[in-house]
Design a binder for this molecule. Sequence first.
Ligand code: NOJ
Length: 550
Amino acid sequence: MKFNNMTIYQIYPKSFQDTDGDGVGDLEGIRKRLSYLEKLGVDCLWITPFFLFHQYDNGYDVDDYCAVNPDFGTMEIFENLVKEAKEHKMSIMLDMVFNHTSVFHEWFQKALAGDKYYQDFYYFRKGKEEGPPTNWVSKFGGNAWEYVEKLDLYYLHLFHKNQADLNWHNPNVRNELKKVIEFWIDKGVKGFRFDVINLIGKPKGEFQDDFEGDGRRFYTDGPYVNDFLKELVRDTRLAEMITVGEMSSTSPEACIQYTNPEEGELNMVFSFHHLKVDYPDGAKWKLMEPDIEKLENIFTKWQVKLQDGGGWSAWFWNNHDQPRAISRFGDDETYHNRSGKMLANVVHFLRGTPYIYQGEEIGMTNGDFRNIDDFNDVESTNYYKILQEEGHTSQEALHIIKERSRDNGRTPVQWNGEKNAGFTTGEPWVKVNDNYKDINAENALKNSDSLFYHYQKLIRLRKEYPVISEGTYIPLPLEAKNIFAHRRKEGDTELLAIHNFSKEPTELAFSDEIKELFSDSKPLLSNVERRTFKEKILLEPYESTIFIKE
Ligand code: NOJ
């Protein structure tokens, strides 16, 4: 399936639209908003898990991959959603959480009851004298092994202790997961996003302690993952689907392997290095301003390497695990509209498939959480405790959580200026941002200069100009601080993309080569009144202009 010229929209159903007043979004809510999404123009809706689960990780703790959680609706509603989405010219992508199941999954329950067949679905290991089998750290904090007294064994959980890692070395596990894929393809699903899929190739046999890090080097992009993926594609209809893998702490080399079409693995990958440029020395729970030079280097490195190696990326700023980019890299007050458009342009003009996360198209900002009880996410509440154990005061810990919490991306979508932003008539499961009276979809649709119409235009331009969907990426290193610029080229058409990440006006002078190349270019799109290309440009704060030469 062609995915270069597509734009994919991510829906986190719990926060999208509630229709039954229980304060939790539902599948009916997605149906209700199909016309809005069609108007935006996106091609495919990635819906994060709405299967049966226990809510320890909002759906990423699956109890049954083939059942719809009654909080979200029924299978019949889902089937209607698939049909209606098609009538609105959109396809559906589902989220497959195949690195782990919840401990309430039937397989794990049987394993706990002593069934050896199902124990081999997971990583059960004997402990060492002094405790767990290894010193690996869970991504949500604490040791990655949980002890089961009854069995006198530990099981591996790289995430929450109620998310047990699946043993992909067992062919029975792989066969069960293939059935899940086929089940959803039969329901009319056209795409799959694979959760932390580069963690499935763990070592065989005994695991070792990690004395250099938290254990990730033993299981990330491991030696078996590519064979596992190839087999999954070979034995299902995945090759006819759009596929994207979420890759944790990965490398461009590994991602070329995952996505080069000759390998028969995945269409594209999410990587996260560009969203760690405000983590001092990689530490998520410490604060700093984003390092734009680093961001630029990461974009350049990934663009060039994947292009040279025949790989393909999925690009995004926001998802349900990230604070809102407009609050992080833009200015969500003075330059709300302009910095939102700048960030949109960055992602949509890179070589790769762009993803929009719900609410991004109207410029939703970080949540306005006041105290720790406003937070819901397991990672945030765990780290609130851990930060205090490490010596932070409760005020400091709260400040860090407010900046970093995944709940920032999970506040309800702001549809209008009515109670609870039109998300629910009940009590919302997580606090609605108080800025909903200004920032909401209804206002955006009334304003022809809104971010919504800017995204609409970006989606349309991608279909009109092959240089955007297919063009070669050419880096353009510049002296100017906080400016990210590059070129794209396809046949005789060339683009010059310039993005100012600063609140300050910044002067830019081009080399003779660029002057000559773009002297008769015109702006294709800009978030300011920019009329012509000049050899020297005074960029406005957060300006983003794309020049085109045809
Ligand atoms: C990545 C998902 O995006 C995140 O929300 C989840 O907590 C982990 N994988 C574990 O499934």
